[in-house]
Design a protein around this ligand. Structure first.
Ligand code: MOS
Length: 737
């Protein structure tokens, strides 16, 4: 039996437990941010700019204010002056608060808010707001020579002499890859219900962090942190769009203070395309030089993306390239171009999913230039240490992912040459690509309550936007407390509960899971101390080290008959419960080790030879993310990411009119995302190597490694099927014809 099999046998952690909140969700009892009924609720609708650059010269609200049911119209004339943004919790976030002046930075900027008795009245009145603009020439194209280029975000990474080494290399590839703007499109519309009682601002908000929202609002409105409470017990997806508190959340807070009533603001699907960020488009160059036997000698990766005029968001577009493969010479360069576009943000494996599309397609091109198997090329360039820092890996597992995946996929049956496999009218291709996402962990806190009825409650302000965080927290606590999982409840998403990092960057399971584990240990310790010091307890005098907890019962290791249940113990005591707040934080392991989450993605495509129609017939994800906390929810995450990757590869693109700056397909009819009929059988395999150097759970997070590498694996499979190399996403029929 392997170590991980033993761990699984003995523990609840790892088991494919059903979601603890699954029943609540499918029976409609789980309440999402728009689902909290309020007395005397008013409705707010945003008005957005219809130019991309310039200023408002007049903004007439008389007709809107006179429309039936309208309570108020907020504009830069009458909106409260807010404090400048506080120092940002999130790197690069610097968008100024809304309705502070007449400047327009992008098409779709919020410029007024109509508040009315009903949604219909507010929606109608919003059409009556009369705006005139002084438009200025807008910068809308990445290649606009007038645009300011920002290099401040990430410094170039340089090793050796990459240009000279490329020039001298025996074999070279040097290509340009482009990816389009893409939007998160979570199923739920972004919603905020805000209430103000003169003292306290309370928000139900679609967010990945109630603490981010709380901090932002308190700072902007000059309130104490305790005067703001944010709740998000359930969130209907976000994919990165809920990490920041966006301007509409500030508008909802303004509105409730202005009309002294609770106000509900739900963005429309169309409005969400300019209000919640998006994955920025990219233009990338990857140049690889290698020896004839496939050793990389030079890697150059340059990428540029847009940057909003009024913000400094950046992502790690070229970040993975310096650490994925060993190469003595390397340069990565990331530039941003300031444009009159809405503010971009993190989306599904931000940085890596875009950057590694280019890198992993280029690796495939190099493999063909060398006439070498693409897996073999990658394995020849594996690095036993982190290629940039020289530190040993805490764990890596990429080689094992390729080996396991190749066996499972049947890779040895793959002819290297393209256009060699077919079924009837379809050309068949098999492609592969590496996945990587950084390992992240932050400090987190949790509260655990042990109750006299023998149950336990976990509370944290962390949010669960869908991956199953509550479920794995219950499993972690179940193991430590020796309680069956069905006796443990988990409440999340309340800023009045202990502090948690946001659910983003694949870090929450490990960050909050470690905190729950530490807190549960303290709770157990307190129960054992209580029993030891209790003359009526069968465990009186027993040192905690001699006692184990199983199935809700505390007992002597040496004599299981001697013991009692949590319920029996706590019923004898006042107040009949144990409440513990605990914390866990990372140490210096990230300075001692190279860290990261790795995966290998395998795709099989079928391309209709006449029509160029691309269908995916198999997708295999092999993931090395340390110990897997729940094999069911983790596999579900990986499958969800694979579907996102399929969308990225074949369907998703946001189109902007580069004259007006307007998004022309801001709806789910024209912005295509995968439907069930697009999804082939999905397979997930884990290379499970518990990584106890990183954290006490030995886990790494599976949120974003799920998507990274899917799109290049598909593009490489299309090449293998057709002999045609597509370097622009989404891959399309038009490009093949
Ligand atoms: Mo993720 S893009 O950090 O929600």
């Amino acid at each position: 039996m392997t170590v991980s099999q033993q761990m699984r046998q003995q523990s609840v952690v790892g088991q494919p437990l059903d979601r603890v909140d699954g029943r609540l969700k499918v029976t409609g009892q789980a309440r999402y941010p728009a689902d909290f009924p309020q007395e005397n609720l008013a409705h707010a609708v945003v008005v957005q700019s219809t130019i991309a650059s310039g200023r408002i010269t007049s903004l007439e609200t008389d007709a809107a204010e006179a429309a039936p049911g309208v309570l108020a119209v907020l504009t830069h004339h009458n909106a409260p002056r807010l404090r400048a943004n506080p120092p940002s919790f999130a790197v690069g976030e610097s968008t100024p608060p809304p309705l502070q002046d007449e400047r327009i930075y992008y098409h779709g900027q919020h410029i007024a808010l109509v508040i009315a008795e009903t949604l219909e009245q507010a929606t109608y009145a919003a059409t009556l707001v009369n705006i005139t603009y002084a438009a200025e020439p807008a910068l809308l194209r990445l290649d606009d020579a007038r645009a300011e280029i920002s290099a401040a975000a990430f410094p170039d990474v340089v090793r050796g002499e990459p240009e000279a080494a490329l020039e001298a290399a025996e074999v070279r590839v040097d290509q340009r890859y482009t990816t389009p703007t893409q939007h998160h499109n979570p199923m739920a519309l972004a919603a905020t219900i805000a209430g103000w009682d003169g003292q306290t601002l309370t928000l139900h908000d679609t967010t990945q962090s109630v603490f981010n929202t709380r901090a932002r609002l308190a700072a902007l409105f000059g309130l104490e942190i305790e005067q703001v409470r944010v709740l998000a017990p359930f969130v209907g997806g976000a994919f990165g769009s809920g990490i920041r508190p966006w301007p509409h959340v500030v508008l909802a807070a303004m509105a409730t203070r202005h009309v002294a009533r609770p106000v509900k603001l739900v963005l429309t699907r169309e409005q969400m395309y300019t209000s919640l960020g998006y994955r920025p488009q990219s233009v990338q160059r990857v140049a690889l030089g290698a020896t004839r036997d496939g050793q990389l000698v030079s890697v150059i990766h340059e990428g540029s993306e847009p940057l909003a005029i009024n913000d400094d968001f950046r992502e790690g577009l070229t970040r993975a390239t310096a650490l994925l493969y060993s190469s003595p010479h390397l340069r990565t360069t990331y530039r941003q171009v300031r444009l009159n576009v809405a503010v971009p943000t993190w989306m599904r494996g931000p940085g890596e999913s875009t950057g590694m599309f280019a890198l992993e397609c280029a690796m495939d091109e190099l493999a063909y230039a060398l006439r070498m198997d693409p897996i073999e090329l990658r394995l020849r360039n594996e690095s036993s240490v982190h290629p940039q820092s020289g530190l040993p890996w805490s764990s890596r597992g990429l080689r094992e992912c390729y080996e396991l995946g190749a066996r499972s996929f049947g890779w040895e049956r793959r002819p290297l040459a393209p256009r060699t496999m077919r079924a009837g009218h379809d050309l068949i291709g098999w492609g592969v690509a590496s996945g990587f996402y950084p390992y992240n962990r932050q400090a987190a806190e949790a509260r655990i309550v042990l109750r006299a009825d023998g149950s336990a409650l976990i509370q944290s302000g962390g949010t669960d936007i869908g991956p199953g965080t509550a479920t794995i927290l219950v499993q972690i606590a179940a193991d430590v407390l020796g309680l069956p999982p069905e006796r443990i409840r988990c409440e999340l998403g309340d800023s009045a509960a202990p502090l948690s990092p946001n659910q983003g960057g694949s870090m929450l399971a490990v960050s909050l899971g470690s905190a729950v584990q530490a807190t549960a240990r303290q709770a157990l310790e307190q129960a054992l101390t209580l029993a030891r010091d209790d003359a009526r307890s069968p465990l009186r005098g027993a040192s905690p080290a001699e006692v184990i907890a199983t199935d809700g019962r505390l007992m002597l290791k040496s004599d299981p008959e001697r013991g009692e249940s949590y319920a029996e113990l706590l019923r004898r005591h006042d107040p009949g419960e144990i409440v513990v707040e605990g914390r866990a934080a990372p140490g210096d392991e990230a300075q001692q080790f190279g860290t990261g989450i790795f995966g290998a993605k395998f795709a099989e495509v079928r391309v209709d030879e006449d029509l160029g129609r691309i269908r995916i017939s198999r997708l295999l994800s092999v993931i090395a993310a340390g110990r897997i906390l729940n094999h069911k929810t983790a596999a579900s995450q990986i499958n969800g990411g694979a579907v996102g990757g399929l969308g990225m590869a074949l369907l998703e693109q946001t189109l902007m009119d580069t004259v007006s700056g307007r998004i022309v397909n801001a709806n789910l009819a024209d912005y295509a995302i995968p439907v069930h009929a697009d999804i082939p059988p999905l397979e997930v395999l884990f290379v499970e190597q518990p990584d106890l150097a990183l954290n006490p759970l030995g886990s790494k997070g599976v949120g974003e490694i799920a998507i990274v590498g899917i799109a290049p694996a598909i593009a490489n499979a299309v090449f293998h099927a057709t002999g045609r190399r597509l370097r622009h996403l989404p891959l399309s029929m038009e490009q093949l014809l």
